[in-house]
Each structure stands twice: as C-alpha cells, then as structure tokens.
Design a protein around this ligand. Structure first.
Ligand SMILES: [Mg+2]
Length: 174
C-alpha cells in the first residue's frame, strides 16, 4: 500500500531543486503541479521566484509543463503569464489523461519527472504512470476547499513514509 504513494524523491519545495539534479537524473521534461507547488491557489499570476525558476529550466533545455487538476481558465491564465505549456483537468491520480497527453506530445515518460505537493494526487499519479516523482511540502498554508479532504489522509501517510525512511531527499541524489 505504502508503495503506491512513495515518491522517488522528496524536496522541501521546488525552488531548491538544482539544474544539476535534473541533468544527473536525465530529466528533460518537468511536469509541475500548480496549486501549492508553484504558487498559492489564490495567486492569479506567477510569483517572481516562479518566473525565475521557469526561466532557469528553459535556459537549461528542461521543458516545463504545468500539469494541474484545476480547470482550464485558472491553469491557462497562469501558464500563459509564464509562457509555459500546460495540461489542465488532468484528473490525477488517474493515469489515463496524462499518459494520453504525453503520447500526443511525443514525450517519453522516462525523460519526465512529476513534482507536486500531494501524495494522493501527484505522487499516486506519477507512480501509476511509472514516472519519477518529487514530493514537496505545500508552499502556503491555505488550500482550496476541494483539497482539504486529501490532506486528512496526506498528513499521516507522509508521517509514515518519513518514519519508514521512504522519503529520499533529492539532495542525496545530485
Ligand atoms: Mg497541489
């Protein structure tokens, strides 16, 4: 059971992950969760640090794709402000829509890394797709109401993964 939710790596937040890490792990495409991974769900426009991080990825030929369960308008406006590709209404943890999109875009899933703040959606989806994952902490306190129920399960599950030594810090793999 624990295996379904075990991330490949763990990071405090996305912004600490270095380009060297992506290069060393042969990551060419980064599938980025939006809400509480890049910015608060309330943020209509990207923060300065997100703008800079996306720029850094692109400069290093790492392709960022925002991969969100949130709906079209929210995701498209935010992503367009960053001039970055996006997939909305992905229905994580279900794998079908994401795998279909990657196939359409001719992306090899072995080149991908999915980064997100939720075990039940992001990490479960990555594992179902057999895509490498990084679990992060949420970057702001507030969640959108639909996420509250997931957090009830996320918190003890996260604690258990930590206790069992399953949270493999990215810093030890760079
Ligand atoms: Mg999220």
């Amino acid at each position: 059971m624990l295996k379904l939710f075990t991330p490949t790596f763990y990071a405090q937040n996305i912004f600490e992950i270095t380009i060297d890490f992506y290069k060393k792990n042969n990551i060419k495409v980064v599938l980025l969760d939006l809400d509480n991974t890049l910015d608060s769900y309330k943020a209509k426009t990207p923060s300065e640090r997100t703008i800079n991080y996306i720029k850094l990825l692109k400069e290093n030929n790492i392709r960022p794709i925002i991969t969100s369960n949130n709906s079209g308008k929210r995701v498209s406006e935010y992503s367009n402000a960053l001039n970055v590709e996006y997939l909305s209404s992905v229905f994580k943890p279900f794998k079908h829509r994401l795998l279909k999109k990657l196939n359409e875009l001719n992306i090899n899933k072995d080149d991908c890394l999915l980064i997100g703040d939720q075990l039940l959606t992001d990490i479960r989806c990555g594992n179902a797709c057999k895509i490498k994952t990084i679990l992060t902490e949420k970057i702001v306190k507030e969640d959108q109401p639909t996420t509250h129920i997931n957090r009830i399960f996320d918190k003890p599950l996260r604690a258990r993964l930590k206790k069992c030594g399953k949270l493999n810090n990215w810093k030890e793999n760079q």
